[in-house]
Design a protein around this ligand. Structure first.
Ligand SMILES: [Zn+2]
Length: 1013
């Protein structure tokens, strides 16, 4: 047996540890003329109107990314991004008063790659002069409800890296520009602040909130996104006055028909009215804001394909409006940018109001709560989530295994694919079907590239003395229990290699489907772990709903599963499987329960931690009791229910249909399904499954492992029936006797926790409307929970937490209940632009989705420890693939390294190695994250001291801290006065950088550039 607890990079060079605090500054071009100093100053006694020329270029929506870039399919939408960039650059080169902002880096990179050096030099000059400014700068303008925080940070950092590498410091954006996303999260604000941005602007907020803020001059505020982290996570935030559009009558684009006609002899001469309209508009706008600066967005979706049309008219507008100053007008127009507007606000010396909650959900009218997109396209959202998890893992592999690191193009393909898919019409599920199909194509190619990296890394990890490389087959269709490799391997041996991206051991379930042989039984399996021990496993018959999944091209009727126990942190472990047909396999039997009303006693199941009782009359779960926590038990009934989606033609508010964006049920009480379930169970050595079938289109398996405090509900949803002409929205609802008093909790992009109260918003009056369900739906990226309001003894207060494996939405619509929507299929468009009903189909029928809810019942005091540990395993998902081998288990153990880790030791329980990826010049980007918020756990919420040089097993030459984006230059952030600002500086961090010792505060992320020896 050969057991190697080796490192992926073996090096005997002893690093110069004293060099770790040395700053490795690449020569970064320092912009001389860009930045705030190039801004027009405005005039103290005037109303300074910052004209911001911009184009909002969706990275896919009604057309695919490529169709938008090249300008194809103009019958769908007249939009070609390549022409936009060509055109605004030409205008800027002609006249130095002009300015423009470039936002979406995915499109910009496409354009840049096609340009000759002369054009690139021209563009660089405009950037260096501050006239062309990158704003936002993410690969896409990511959504804020359905994008995981790890994916948001990646999306932003990858866009910024390109800009900084191409333009130096002048390429570094200062402003978050989330002008179209449909609601705004606290975590997004924190991320922008921690990247070193100075300001954030957006357009969409609840219509009542906006009215109130306009009236109270609180459209602009200091968003204290994570007060515990102080200034680090604070960002000045402004809501735009008029969406991101020009004032009515001033859309000077080719796509519009407004124009300034300044020949006095023309019967259409309109200068006087245009000037007075604009002056009135600016003065009205100024009433909603605190200073003598206002911003007017002059642009819209895919505007500026012919920038000359815009600028020619804006030139006239500026000239004629400013000419009125001679007659006493205060209004002073000039070309500007969002950052120059921000500079004007910062110079004004005003004390700003603050904000500490988020901007969800967004409602644009009394019947349009934008809560449907939290759930729209569940299989697509699931694919983005699993692809994002894969990206996190393969970034690590590329950092640590040189053979994988050489696959840079593959890694970049993944990074860019994931960036595109965080766009606010991608992960939201609000793009047209053919565009979504294209997003799937992009993700598929990314996954193929990811598996190449996996194979290279796995082979270098296991290589010992020239042992032959293994040819790995991933099983990307395990989500439908289909795997060509394991189904066709009915004799011989194979290897399962598992990668654990988590900085601690984890013990996932490894699953693979298998077929029956001619004797009616599947083969028998002997599974050997990396140490040479035989691993217990079960062979279960697959649940019936799996066998009939549309599009499933598999003969597998069984699945094998085992626990890969204590996988090495940030490392590989390999298992040997020998397959034989010598005897019949003893498959575990599925036992049907006799559900009937005459029986009194419930059906009882238990493991080490729980007793679960099923109602004998219905088959539903009726109670859950903790064996290890006296007093913690609850009546719990899980049920699939559905809402009929509102039918409507959207002529007015009350006629709004439920659609891709909007969730609008016909009635405020969900409809029930069959009360009496078909229930069976399968008990194995590794786990027990309770299989509950409701209707043909909703079922789930409740799974519990003998050793786990986490229960699972693996749901299958669809095909949702529509033959009655009604769209339907399917929920999984847990009804309990927990007394939560209208309070429940959801997350912010999977990181921070948001307290919610039914029918309540912290900053404005919600008032009455008829949308009792939809207005209480919130995004759930990772966790939602309810708990007893009475917290007098946290060891006796109960908490039910549900964790998701993809972006969803839900809430506590009635006391004691927590619901999450899992699937929606609708027959009407909701008239917010996509122009299609959300009626997904596949294989000739409605789309079927399969996913996982993990749920935990525990005392409040114990809850965070469990859910934080569990949810990080969803992002740091183990990856595994299969490879044939002719070796016996014995020979395999001596011929290959079977277990390797890249860490010196497992990380503490409250610290996550969030990022490890190749960055610039052979260096690595490393992010460490404190996983707990203040007060969440009695012990684990404490600050966590970290010895930076003791994390990676490979010797470290130098480590330098950066902002969250991994930029090479440290930002100097603007300072703001705000209400309630304490005089004291942020608490000291107790860092000892010379020794490489830092302290992570609760919920904090810190980013480092690491040079390995
Ligand atoms: Zn958009």
């Amino acid at each position: 047996m050969r057991l190697l607890l080796a490192v992926l990079i073996l090096s005997c060079v002893v690093g110069n540890l004293s060099g770790h605090s040395v700053i490795d500054r690449r020569k970064v071009k320092q912009g001389v003329n860009c930045g705030y100093q190039t801004c027009p100053q405005g005039e103290a006694d005037k109303l300074n109107v910052h004209i911001v020329a911009h184009s909002h270029d969706d990275v896919g929506w009604l057309k695919t990314v490529d169709q938008y870039y090249f300008g194809a399919r103009s019958e769908i939408q007249n939009a070609g991004v390549q022409y936009i960039i060509d055109s605004y650059l030409e205008e800027l080169l002609k006249d130095e008063s002009k300015r423009f902002i470039q936002v979406e880096t995915a499109f910009f990179k496409m354009w840049w790659d096609e340009q000759n050096e002369e054009t690139r030099d021209n563009y660089r000059r405009m950037v260096d002069e501050g006239r062309l400014e990158f704003i936002g700068g993410g690969w896409s303008m990511n959504d804020e409800a359905s994008a995981h925080y790890t994916a948001i940070i990646d999306n932003m950092s990858w866009g910024w890296k390109f800009l900084e590498d191409t333009f130096g410091t002048c390429g570094r954006p200062k402003i978050g520009w989330q002008i179209d996303p449909f609601g705004h999260s606290r975590e997004q604000a924190a991320i922008f602040a921690e990247m070193g941005m100075d300001g954030l602007f957006f357009a969409r907020l609840d219509y009542r909130d906006k009215t109130k803020r306009k009236n109270e001059q609180t459209m602009e505020m200091l968003w204290r996104a994570n007060p515990r982290l102080g200034a680090k996570s604070e960002i000045f935030t402004g809501a735009l006055y008029n969406h991101y559009s020009p004032p009515p009558g001033f859309c000077f684009d080719l796509l519009c028909s407004d124009v300034i006609i300044d020949n006095p002899n023309s019967p259409d001469y309109n200068v006087i009215s245009k000037v007075s309209d604009l002056i009135k508009w600016a003065e009205d706008e100024a009433k909603a804001f605190k200073t003598n600066h206002v911003m007017i967005t002059m642009g819209n979706d895919f505007n500026y394909q012919d920038a000359h049309v815009w600028y020619k008219n804006l030139d006239k507008l500026i000239r004629y409006v400013n000419a009125e100053q001679a007659s006493g007008s205060r209004v002073n127009l000039f070309y500007s940018t969002p950052s120059c507007y921000l500079k004007g606000l910062n110079d004004a010396g005003v004390t700003w109001p603050t904000k500490t909650d988020d901007f969800f959900p967004y409602a644009s009218d009394p019947h349009a709560y934008w809560t449907g997109y939290f759930i729209s396209r569940p299989t697509f959202k699931g694919y983005i989530r699993s692809s994002n998890a894969m990206l996190q893992a393969v970034k690590q592999m590329s950092s640590l295994a040189p053979a994988a690191g050489s696959l840079e193009a593959e890694l970049n393909l993944m990074r860019e694919a994931l960036g595109i898919n965080q766009h606010h019409d991608a992960v939201t599920g609000t793009a047209k079907q053919h565009v979504t199909d294209d997003y799937y194509r992009i993700l598929h190619n990314a996954n193929v590239a990811g598996w190449k990296i996996f194979e290279a890394a796995a082979n270098s990890a296991s290589a010992v003395n020239g042992a032959p490389k293994l040819a790995y087959s991933p099983c990307p269709r395990l989500n439908i229990s289909e795997c060509a490799f394991t189904e066709s391997t009915t004799s011989g041996n194979f290897i399962i290699t598992v990668y654990n991206p988590l900085g601690r051991p984890q013990s996932p379930l490894i699953v693979f489907p298998v077929v029956a042989l001619e004797n009616g039984s599947p083969p028998t399996y002997v599974i050997t772990d990396p140490e040479g021990n035989t691993v217990p496993h079960d062979v279960f018959p697959l649940p019936q709903p799996i066998l009939v999944l549309p599009g499933r091209n598999s003969n597998a009727e069984y699945q094998v599963h085992f626990v890969a126990r204590d996988l090495p942190p940030v490392g590989f472990a390999s298992y040997h499987v020998s397959v034989s047909t010598a005897r019949k396999n003893r498959v575990k039997r599925e036992v049907k329960l006799k559900v009937n009303r005459s029986k009194k006693q419930g059906f009882v199941f238990e493991n080490d931690f729980y007793v679960i009782t099923l109602d004998s009359a219905t088959g539903h779960v009726s109670s859950i009791e903790r064996k290890d926590q006296p007093g913690i038990s609850a009546s719990v009934r899980q049920e699939f229910m559905f809402y009929n989606g509102m039918r409507g033609f959207n002529q007015n508010f009350s006629d709004r249909a439920s659609g891709a964006y909007i969730f609008r049920p016909e009635s405020q009480a969900p409809l029930t399904m069959r009360d009496q379930l078909d229930v069976s169970f399968v008990a194995g050595d590794v786990l027990t499954e309770i299989r509950a079938y409701t209707e043909d289109w909703a079922s789930h398996v409740i799974r519990f492992r003998s050793d786990s405090e986490v229960l699972e509900s693996e749901w299958i949803a669809g095909p949702i029936p529509i033959d009655d002409g009604v769209g339907k929205e399917l929920i999984s609802r847990f009804v309990t006797d927990i007394r939560n008093g209208a309070k429940f909790y959801t997350d912010s992009n999977g990181k921070l926790t948001e307290p919610r109260t039914r029918d309540y918003r912290p900053t404005f009056e919600l008032g009455d409307d008829t949308e009792a369900v939809s207005r209480n739906y919130y995004p759930v990226l990772s966790r939602s929970y309810i708990r007893d309001e009475d917290q007098s003894d946290p060891n006796l207060s109960r908490q039910l937490t549900i964790l998701t494996d993809r972006a969803q939405g839900g809430g506590s619509i009635v006391d004691g209940a927590l619901e999450l929507m899992v699937h929606r299929r609708l027959l009407y468009d909701d008239a917010f632009g996509v122009g299609e009903a959300l009626n997904e189909s596949a294989f000739g029928t409605g789309l079927v989705a399969r996913g996982l809810h993990k749920f935990i019942l525990t005392s409040v005091s114990n809850a965070a420890k469990l859910y934080r540990a569990e949810e990080v395993k969803d992002i740091m998902r183990p990856l595994y693939a299969f490879a044939p081998t002719s070796l016996s288990a014995k020979k395999w153990l001596t011929g290959y390294a079977t277990k390797v880790s890249a860490l010196k030791a497992p990380l503490p329980e409250n610290v996550n190695l969030m990022t490890l990826e190749p960055w610039r010049d052979g260096r690595l980007l490393m992010r460490l994250e404190h996983m707990f918020e203040p007060g969440e756990d009695a012990v684990l919420s404490n600050s966590a001291p970290i010895e930076l040089l003791d994390i990676l097993a490979a010797p470290v030459l130098s480590i330098r801290e950066t902002d969250l984006s991994g930029s090479q230059v440290a930002p100097v952030k603007m300072k703001w006065d705000y209400e309630g600002k304490a005089d004291k500086e942020d608490e000291s961090l107790n860092d000892d950088i010379e020794k490489g010792v830092i302290t992570l505060r609760p919920s904090e992320i810190r980013t480092f550039v690491v040079t390995l020896a």
